[in-house]
Design a protein around this ligand. Structure first.
Ligand code: ADP
Ligand code: F6P
Length: 325
């Protein structure tokens, strides 16, 4: 059982970075200091914890960071943390540095690490940070709002040139395992087709037939939003051009979706979640994850959160298709 009296809080970011992580770090640091706690920053996620890359953080260390993309603590993926040995070493390092409460900002994988540490006596709270929006216990994840707006603006620009040249454009957005960025861009950019990993058996022959039909009706472009999890955009463009005779170009937006100054929403939600994570630790909670559901900031047991399932909302996908007439 973890000791519930918190004197020192550690904070780390893990997995893919996301705009707004700095706002969450800042909130953890300043809420912790405001409550008389010591706050330690752990660089480069669990890898940095295992390497003891641990620094003291003051209120000034997080000045001028709320508007910056990326994460000032940097992030990493760490295979060693998946092993029992790595987890025990990480818990021992937390104890060595007096870290009795740890805030983990990341996705489901990062929360699984926090869960293991909680079982080893380190009080932990997770904050959902990923541009993918693929965490089941929450309707909001840090970074999605910024990333989806970045992608939307990029797609608008591609659409301009696509219309000028009467082309088909396949635009690949991020999301190896999740189609939320693709779905939201599909709706926001008025795409003709949305291809998502959750609907993997997409029908290319049907797309070809639809493009031909749209051309007959005088449509000047044809926008396909393709999620990274489907991928193959460049070859897909070649195949579609060959089958339809319509010039087709592929654009892969890539990592620019993960960078940039966070939107107002990402700054505000991340700030509140950061403060809430510290409040939970101070209240003696552990193995919790912060979320946003039905207009409220809430928290769940990590075991329960990791057991939840989230799919693409069928109605939203149906609306996207209906509006692509
Ligand atoms: P995300 O947190 O965005 O889901 P990953 O799945 O890459 O990203 O996980 C981030 C890191 O969390 C991994 O590199 C690893 O260090 C740690 N992690 C992932 N899964 C586990 C697990 N089952 N047990 C312990 N640590 C894990
Ligand atoms: O999880 C965030 C994310 O950006 C996914 O959308 C994407 O599939 C993946 O990370 C890319 O990871 P990497 O930066 O390692 O290529």
């Amino acid at each position: 059982m973890a000791d519930k009296i918190i004197r020192t809080i550690g904070v780390l970011t893990s997995g893919g970075d996301a705009p707004g992580m700095n706002a969450a770090i800042r909130a953890v640091v300043r809420t912790g200091l405001g409550k008389g706690l010591k706050v330690r920053g752990i660089r480069k996620g669990y890898q940095g914890l295992l390497n003891e890359e641990i620094i003291d953080l003051s209120a000034r260390d997080v000045s001028d960071t709320i508007q910056r993309g990326g994460t000032i603590l940097q992030t990493a993926r760490c295979e060693e943390m998946r092993t029992e040995e790595g987890q025990q070493k990480a818990a021992a390092i937390c104890k060595k540095y007096g870290i009795d409460g740890l805030v983990v900002i990341g996705g489901d994988g990062s929360f699984a690490g926090a869960q293991k540490l909680a079982n080893l006596g380190v009080n932990t709270v997770g904050i959902p940070g990923t541009i993918d929006l693929d965490i089941a216990c929450t309707e909001y994840t840090i970074g999605f709002d910024t990333a989806v707006n970045t992608a939307m603006e990029a797609i608008d620009k591609v659409r301009d040139t696509s219309t000028s040249h009467e082309r088909c454009s396949i635009i690949e957005v991020m999301g190896r395992d999740a189609g939320y960025l693709a779905l939201w861009c599909g709706i926001a950019n008025g795409a003709e087709r949305i291809l998502m990993p959750e609907e993997h058996d997409y029908d290319e022959a049907a797309i070809v037939a639809d493009i031909q039909e749209c051309r007959k009706r005088g449509k000047k472009n044809y926008i396909i939003i393709n999620a990274e999890g489907i991928g193959d955009s460049i070859n897909m463009a070649k195949r579609i051009e060959e089958a339809t005779g319509m010039e087709t170009r592929a654009t892969i937006i890539g990592h620019m979706q993960r960078g940039g100054s966070p939107t107002c929403k990402d700054r505000v939600y991340a700030s509140i979640m950061g403060a809430m994570a510290v409040d939970l630790l101070v209240a003696g909670k552990s193995n919790r994850v912060v979320g946003y559901k039905h207009g409220q900031y809430v928290d769940f047991d990590i075991d329960e959160a990791l057991g939840m399932k989230k799919g693409i909302p069928q109605y939203q996908y149906d609306v996207a298709k209906a509006l692509a007439l």
